[in-house]
Design a protein. Structure first.
Length: 294
């Protein structure tokens, strides 16, 4: 197998006072991530509020990144769309620009769907992509989508689409599932989305992570994602983040560490975290990472 995947920062998306994407601080954050140990950045994932960002905006942001010198092979693009047409259009647009991978979530409006239905949906997306289809990381995050991707379904997809389905991002937070996935599909790029399970997952063969916490503690998360090194501080801070809507909480930490409050804004239906919550997160972070610095 080629070089390990490593660590990708699940880049959060800044919005200006009009609710538009603020490209300059976004690119600044991407460059900081890439110079701080991340091998890539992921745009428009869960942390990046990808389901709230339209096709035209995505193209404008991606072109902005490319025009300002962020290499395409260091960019992963998240796709979260229910319709086959929209999913294929967003993925195809990014792939045609040479991005490293597509992080493809399942359709999430309909619930209690079968593996057969999901297989047909993914198959239809890949058929629409045609010869553009490559390097797809399927995204298992049932806490958000309510649509779990079974180990058996992943096996069927990789068998039917070799070279297209090349990995899985597992953000289930379900360790027995993660173990089963690693055992059954160890030759795929298995990425651990829950930092509490990251180091031990890597020790069992995981190839790294797409991590929201890499926005603000990239050095620490990189050691977990690349070397399988435990870091109880990171694991403990995940518990603090989970006391709030996680995407908004990650943005609080980016705002705190960058000194730029533009990061606090989120798009509806999300809402920003209160001042009390921001103070709590800052205090918890300082207690873990500054008073107990390694």
């Amino acid at each position: 197998m080629s070089q390990k995947f490593g660590l990708s920062a699940a880049l959060t998306t800044p919005f200006d006072g009009n609710g538009d994407i603020a490209i300059d601080p976004m690119i600044k954050q991407a460059r900081l991530s890439l110079t701080s140990g991340c091998s890539s950045v992921t745009l428009f994932g869960t942390t990046g509020e990808g389901s709230s960002i339209g096709t035209q905006e995505r193209e404008e942001v991606l072109d902005g990144f490319l025009n300002l010198g962020i290499a395409a092979n260091r960019i992963i693009v998240g796709v979260m769309a229910d319709s086959v047409e929209d999913a294929a259009a967003q993925a195809g647009s990014a792939l045609s620009r040479g991005v490293r991978n597509i992080l493809l979530a399942p359709p999430f409006y309909f619930k209690n769907v079968s593996d057969e239905g999901l297989f047909r949906w993914f198959s239809a997306v890949f058929a629409r992509l045609g010869n553009k289809a490559r390097d797809i990381i399927v995204y298992n995050i049932p806490s958000i989508t309510m649509v779990p991707l079974s180990v058996a379904l992943i096996g069927r997809l990789r068998s039917a689409f070799p070279g297209v389905v090349t990995g899985v991002k597992d953000s289930s937070g379900d360790w027995p599932y993660t173990e089963a996935l690693l055992k059954a599909h160890s030759d795929l790029i298995i990425l651990i989305g829950d930092e509490r399970h990251l180091a031990k997952g890597v020790r069992l063969g995981g190839q790294g992570a797409i991590s929201g916490m890499a926005n603000f503690v990239p050095h620490e998360v990189r050691l977990m994602a690349e070397d399988g090194k435990d870091d109880p501080r990171v694991e403990d801070f995940v518990l603090e983040l989970l006391k709030y809507p996680v995407t908004a909480a990650v943005k609080v930490m980016v705002a705190q560490l960058s000194g730029d409050e533009i990061w606090l804004a989120v798009r509806p239906p999300l809402v920003s975290i209160s001042g009390e919550g921001r103070n709590h997160l800052a205090g918890a972070f300082n207690a873990l990472f500054r008073s107990k610095a390694a």
